[in-house]
Design a protein around this ligand. Structure first.
Ligand code: HPA
Length: 274
């Protein structure tokens, strides 16, 4: 458990959240290129009220990288190397129940991983930048402290908000079948998206706190009469992005306690810093 009042934070902007300058109080310092074992990443550096912020677009400039091809390891490694101690991410999600309406923010606290076929660990055996075989605890993958900060900020911004939920991650880039949506709901899922895993897993492997501000953009396939389109998703994001930016900026303001129970990273990670 640690208090990190103005600890540097990495921000990962998902679909429709491309510009940290929309965050009230954000001031931009410049661009920092970070080399990682997985390729170079350009971070936009700034601060909110004195808290250092490192921003990247998950889908790259112009939203050109589909969910299954995002270089998750490079992104998370770059934020960590730059000095971030927590990662906050935004994500567009579909709802698995009609009661959870588009426009709602969900502060998920669990995930289920159906996104096979992706590089999903830094502990990848021989040739990996982190040595050894390591099994990282994932009992409570999302940071309770940062979730609490985002929930409080959302309430202050009068956002429609659900304080917990289970994120089901699919491989994409296709949307789900109606049967898959029914099955995920029966399994205990709350929302469905394509990018939450392995992002959260990689952050936890490095000992970074991680929280996702999920925006419900649509009912899952088969829960509404109309077929699902990417335009429906981006339209709801566009309508809600100012509010998301206000919630994020408020949560990022220094001074808010962010005590949490996230286990620190393994000692091996310290060795990899040099
Ligand atoms: N399914 C998967 N990913 C999504 C959805 C969805 O319905 N909406 C936004 N991202």
């Amino acid at each position: 458990m640690h208090a990190s009042e103005a600890a540097p934070v990495g921000l990962i902007g998902g679909t429709g959240v491309y510009d940290p300058e929309r965050l009230p109080g954000f001031s931009r310092h410049g661009i920092q290129a970070v080399d990682t074992p997985y390729g170079a990443v350009a971070l936009l550096v700034g601060d909110v009220g004195g808290r250092p912020i490192y921003f990247l677009n998950r889908h790259g400039p112009g939203h050109q990288v589909p969910p299954h091809r995002v270089n998750y390891r490079a992104n998370v490694w770059a934020l960590w190397r730059a000095g971030a101690r927590a990662v906050l991410a935004t994500a567009a999600v579909g709802s698995l129940e009609t009661a959870l309406a588009p426009g709602t923010l969900v502060l998920v606290d669990q995930f289920m991983d159906f996104a096979g076929g992706r590089a999903r660990t830094f502990f990848d055996g021989e040739g990996s930048p982190l040595p050894g075989v390591r099994h990282t605890d994932m009992t409570a993958p999302y940071c309770a402290g940062w979730r609490a900060a985002l929930i409080a900020a959302g309430e202050q911004e009068s956002a429609k908000l659900s304080p917990s939920g289970t994120y089901v991650c699919t491989a994409g880039p296709r949307f789900e079948t109606a049967a898959e949506i029914r099955a995920f709901h029966r399994l205990g899922g709350t929302v469905v998206g394509m990018t939450g895993v392995p992002e959260v897993v990689l952050a936890r492997e490095l000992g970074l706190c991680y929280a996702a501000l999920c925006l419900v953009t649509n009912l899952g396939a088969g829960l509404s009469a109309a077929a699902l389109t990417h335009e429906e998703v981006t339209g709801v994001v566009a309508a809600q992005q100012e509010q998301m930016a206000r919630v994020l900026a408020r949560a990022l303001l220094p001074g808010r306690p962010t005590d949490c129970f996230c286990p620190p990273g393994p000692n091996a990670v310290e060795g990899a810093e040099g």
